[in-house]
Design a protein around this ligand. Structure first.
Ligand code: SD4
Length: 340
């Protein structure tokens, strides 16, 4: 909860931010509104079944950490989802490499990146957090750790993904051009969206988050995006709230996007305004590129207030609480007129 006196002191000290945050502050409710939790939110419409799975834990008094892990395992296992988990599209060499991270209310976190052959990277990330002194394992080391922990090693390249990859190879220039995927397939196209980022507040008001993806389709072998990077694709702070992102990870990493959103909320920004400012930073650094790529941020504060903002139209997020378990909210965007 906000301490009003501390908050005002902090606002005064951060003069440069204060001017910008005037509208944000006006929107932030500092009164004792009843808290809106438990609640779980996640990126994109396919977050609905993932949220509903998380809700089984949240609605029975379970921990947010367990909820988000169980929730994102739904799209990870979905054979029709080609951007998360086992049916994800491969990189340009035909390898399915998965990225995921998880973070709890105590600031513990775990992550795996560019991991092959394991269908549930989020669960491996959780075990990195709980059973090793490390935060991040990558590539073969991540796979080896997963196998040692009892995960099944399997070929993840499905016949459908292989077909899509071979189709892409017909026209792909085999050159390491940054974001070539996005030049060929517009933002929000079937190839390049649908990372799931999930944030939950449990009945105690504790927050956790999870983020999992197969990354940009047909990426360079070894490429890692924002999704497994704590602070970029996901960040939670139990004093403030949490944020997650989807879209072109390079631009999110460049701006340490999710950390930025949480820090803005710490200064009193409403979640939507914090996401909007993070999007503005991306545009400021890369104005031309920003017109042609998609990045979306999603955030929630400790009161359960949530919001999102994206570069392009078409971003949406799913919300689940005691009132409704299948709500989808359209995110606002900077380029309102683009095709999402
Ligand atoms: C990445 N952010 O690997 C992920 C991919 C994604 O919409 O979200 N695409 O950069």
């Amino acid at each position: 909860m906000f301490d009003r006196r501390k908050f005002l002191k902090l606002s005064a000290a951060t003069a440069s931010l204060a001017a910008f945050s005037k509208t944000a502050l006006a929107k932030t409710t500092l009164t004792d509104k009843p808290a809106n939790y438990p609640i779980v939110i996640s990126t994109w419409g396919f977050g609905v079944p993932a949220n509903q799975e998380a809700w089984k834990t949240l609605s029975t008094g379970g921990r947010a950490l367990d909820a988000v892990e169980a929730g994102v395992k739904i799209p990870e296992a979905d054979m029709n989802n080609h951007t998360v988990g086992r049916a994800g599209y491969p990189d340009r060499d035909g390898h399915v490499t998965l990225d995921a991270c998880i973070m709890d209310e105590l600031g513990n976190c775990g992550s795996v990146a560019a991991m092959e052959y394991i269908a549930h990277p989020i669960s491996v990330a959780r075990l990195v957090m709980e059973r090793t002194p490390h935060i991040m394992l990558v590539g073969d080391g991540a796979t080896q750790f997963a196998v040692e922990q009892g995960f099944k090693k399997e070929q993840l390249l499905t016949p459908e993904s292989e077909k899509a990859w071979k189709e892409w190879l017909k026209t792909a220039k085999y050159a390491p051009v940054m974001n070539i995927e996005n030049q060929q397939h517009t933002p929000g196209s079937k190839y390049n969206h649908d990372t799931i980022g999930m944030l939950a507040l449990d009945a105690k008001g504790n927050i956790s988050g999870a983020c999992t993806t197969s990354g940009m389709a047909f990426k360079l072998h070894g490429r890692v995006g924002d999704s497994p990077i704590i602070g970029a694709g996901l960040f939670v702070d139990n004093e403030v709230g949490g944020a997650t992102s989807t879209g072109v990870g390079e631009e999110v990493i460049r701006n340490v996007g999710s950390f930025l959103v949480v820090e803005l909320m710490r200064r009193g920004y409403h979640p939507e305004d914090a996401c909007k400012e993070a999007v503005a930073r991306i545009i400021k650094k890369k104005p031309e590129m920003s017109k042609h790529i998609q990045v979306g941020f999603l955030a929630i504060n400790k009161k359960g207030e949530h919001g999102a903002y994206a570069l392009q139209r078409g971003f949406e997020y799913a919300v689940c609480n005691s009132q409704q378990q299948d709500l989808i909210i359209k995110g606002k965007s900077f380029y309102e007129t683009s095709e999402g």
